[in-house]
Design a protein. Structure first.
Length: 289
C-alpha cells in the first residue's frame, strides 16, 4: 500500500497541470452536489414549517354563537382530515393584533376586540385535504370568510421538486464530464509511462500491480476536489447565515446542524471515491493490455 501511495504522489508531482485540471473539474462537480443538497434541505424545511402552521382559517360572523362554533369544531375533528383545531376568540385576536402592530400606536388605538372576528385555525393531516375542509367551512352559515394557504405550500412543493430534478440532472452531467476528463488525464499518464509499464510486465508485474497507482491517483483527485468544494460551500453558508435568517423572517431553517455538514462530507467522499475508481479503471482497461 505504501509503495502504491508513493508512486501515486510521484505521478501527481510529475504532471501538476494535469492534476490541477482533474481536481478543478471535481471541485465544480461537488460544488453542484453541495449547493443543490443544501437547497433541497432548506426548501424541505420551509415546506415542513408551513405545513405545521394553521393551513385553514375560518372567520366567524359577529352573531355566531359559541355553541355553534363548538359544534363545528367537533364536526371537523371527527372527519379524520383534521390534525388540529384551535379556537381564537375576539380578545385573543386583539392580543395577536397588538403584538403584530406594537410598533405603531396609531393602529392600536383604532382597533378594539369588537371589530375583530373570532376564528378557527385548522391544520389538516394532508395537504390534499385543504380543499375539502375549506369547502365544508364555507357551507357553514356562521362562517364569514375562509382563508387557506394551499397555493403557498403547492408552489413551494413545485419549486422543491424542480430544484431536485435540475440538481440531479446537473450532477449526473457533471459526473459524466468528470469521468471523461479524468479518464483522459489518467490515460495520458499511462501513455507517457508506456515503456516503463512494458518493462514491468516483462519482469513479471501483474496488471493490478501496475494499475493500482493510477486507481489511487483517481481517488486522490476525487477526494481533494470533494473536500475543496465542501469547504467552500460550508464556509459560504456559515458566513451568510445571519443574512439568510433575516431574509427568511423567522422560518426555522438555519442554522444547519453540524451533523449535516459531516454527513454531506461523508457522502461526497463516497461519491468521489466512486468517480475516481470508475474513471481510473476505464483508463486502465483501455491503455494497459
Amino acid at each position: 500500500m505504501k509503495t502504491y501511495l508513493k508512486t501515486t504522489w510521484h505521478h501527481v508531482r510529475r504532471s501538476p497541470y494535469q492534476a490541477l485540471a482533474a481536481i478543478m473539474i471535481m471541485v465544480v462537480t461537488f460544488l453542484a452536489v453541495s449547493v443543490f443538497t443544501i437547497l433541497i434541505l432548506g426548501s424541505s424545511k420551509v415546506i415542513t414549517y408551513f405545513e405545521s402552521k394553521p393551513q385553514v382559517t375560518a372567520f366567524f360572523k359577529d352573531e355566531a354563537k359559541q355553541e355553534d362554533i363548538d359544534a363545528l369544531e367537533k364536526q371537523l375533528q371527527s372527519s379524520g382530515q383534521v390534525a388540529s383545531v384551535k379556537f381564537v376568540s375576539k380578545q385573543e385576536a386583539l392580543q395577536i393584533y397588538k403584538e403584530q402592530n406594537k410598533s405603531d400606536p396609531l393602529l392600536l388605538d383604532l382597533v378594539t376586540a369588537d371589530v375583530l372576528p373570532a376564528s378557527l385555525e385548522i391544520s389538516t393531516v394532508q395537504i390534499g385535504d385543504l380543499t375539502n375542509v375549506s369547502s365544508e367551512l364555507k357551507k357553514d352559515p356562521n362562517v364569514q370568510e375562509v382563508v387557506f394557504q394551499q397555493d403557498v405550500v403547492a408552489t413551494l412543493t413545485k419549486w422543491t421538486n424542480a430544484i431536485r430534478y435540475i440538481g440531479l440532472t446537473l450532477i449526473i452531467v457533471l459526473s459524466l464530464v468528470s469521468i471523461l476528463i479524468m479518464t483522459t488525464i489518467v490515460g495520458i499518464k499511462i501513455s507517457q509511462k508506456k515503456e516503463e509499464i512494458e518493462v514491468m510486465q516483462l519482469l513479471g508485474a501483474t496488471k493490478w500491480y501496475i494499475s493500482w497507482p493510477f486507481v489511487f491517483e483517481g481517488i486522490f483527485y476525487g477526494l481533494i476536489g470533494a473536500f475543496a468544494a465542501w469547504l467552500v460551500s460550508s464556509t459560504a453558508l456559515f458566513f451568510s447565515t445571519p443574512y439568510l435568517e433575516i431574509f427568511l423572517h423567522g422560518i426555522p431553517v438555519l442554522p444547519i446542524p453540524w451533523y449535516f455538514y459531516v454527513g454531506l462530507l461523508g457522502g461526497e467522499f463516497a461519491l468521489a471515491i466512486l468517480l475516481g475508481v470508475l474513471s481510473s479503471m476505464l483508463a486502465v482497461s483501455r491503455y494497459i493490455k
